[in-house]
Design a protein around this ligand. Structure first.
Ligand code: KIV
Length: 282
């Protein structure tokens, strides 16, 4: 076997114990996987957010196992060190244990993912156990669960009172006991996220869940400022919307005014050949 510097579940557990905080970002293609690798991110998530930020859907619900497999293959080619986690899409793990195992195995074997992620609380613990027992590392995802947004209603912070926070904590414990190696806490109040992080052994990765989690994840397009709108908890570290629009507008203007392509972007025939061509044309 070739030596590997791949980030493993064990490495993430060590980071929970001794720091530094775990860094995770979504990516959906080869170039951004290379950039995330170069930036030293620990985990790349091929999230079902691909449905909204890349494919133009309103929710993650239409995303299929084929979609995630396709994007995971590209990411896995670019990410040699970060752990690549593939999201299990809506209804790809709910119908039966066999269905969950078959789809997770496909994301690992065909897609090249190192682990899978699935949404759901204690009710998903048997599925997590089946996958973990089969040797498939599972990252859980609780709090706000975008695949269920149409059932649960609006985009609201989770765990705002003691009862709901305790319920999320129980979910986290059940998923950890079932063998999940880590858990994403999405849009959970900071107090609830802190309590979960202190209680469970596995690392917690927060998104919109305050500073006390063992790590943080952001959707790449929110982090880079690709769209004008982003969730309230996302911090844009760049303004690619402006950068890309400016570049495309300049390109359009240069083509229209024949400034591009210039001499340095142009190839010529060998000396004398253009004249010969003219004569041939008669
Ligand atoms: O699909 C996704 O991008 C996610 C993150 C929000 C954690 O699940």
């Amino acid at each position: 076997m070739k030596p590997t510097h791949k980030v493993t579940p064990q490495k993430l557990w060590n980071m929970k114990a001794t720091g530094p905080k775990i860094t995770m970002v979504t990516a959906y293609d080869y170039p951004t996987a290379i950039l995330a690798e170069r930036a030293g991110l620990d985990i790349i998530l091929v999230g079902d957010s691909v449905g909204m930020v890349v494919l133009g859907h309103d929710t993650p619900v239409p995303v299929t196992v084929d979609d995630i497999t396709h994007h995971t293959k590209a990411v896995a080619r670019g990410a040699k060190t970060p752990m690549v986690v593939a999201d299990m899409p809506f209804m790809s793990y709910h119908i039966s244990r066999e269905q969950a195992l078959t789809n997770a195995a496909r994301l690992i074997q065909e897609g090249g993912a190192d682990a899978v992620k699935l949404e759901g609380g204690a009710e998903m613990a048997p599925t997590v156990k089946a996958l973990a027992d089969a040797g498939i590392p599972v990252m859980a995802h609780i709090g706000l669960m975008p695949q269920r947004a149409s059932v649960e209603g609006s985009f609201r912070a989770q765990g705002r009172d003691a009862d709901t926070a305790a319920a999320i904590l129980q979910d986290a414990e059940a998923l950890g006991d079932a063998g999940a190696f880590s858990v994403v806490l999405e849009f959970v109040t900071a107090e609830a996220a802190e309590a979960i992080t202190k209680t469970v052994e596995m690392p917690t990765i927060g998104i919109g869940s305050g500073p006390h989690c063992d790590g943080q994840v952001l959707v790449l397009h929110d982090l880079l400022g690709v769209y004008e709108e982003a969730p309230p908890f996302a911090r844009p570290y760049a303004d690619l919307n402006t950068v890309i629009t400016k570049a495309l507008t300049e390109y359009r203007d240069d083509v229209r005014s024949a400034k591009y392509p210039g001499e340095k972007h142009t190839v010529h025939m060998k000396p004398g050949e253009a004249e010969k061509l003219k004569k041939k044309k008669g």
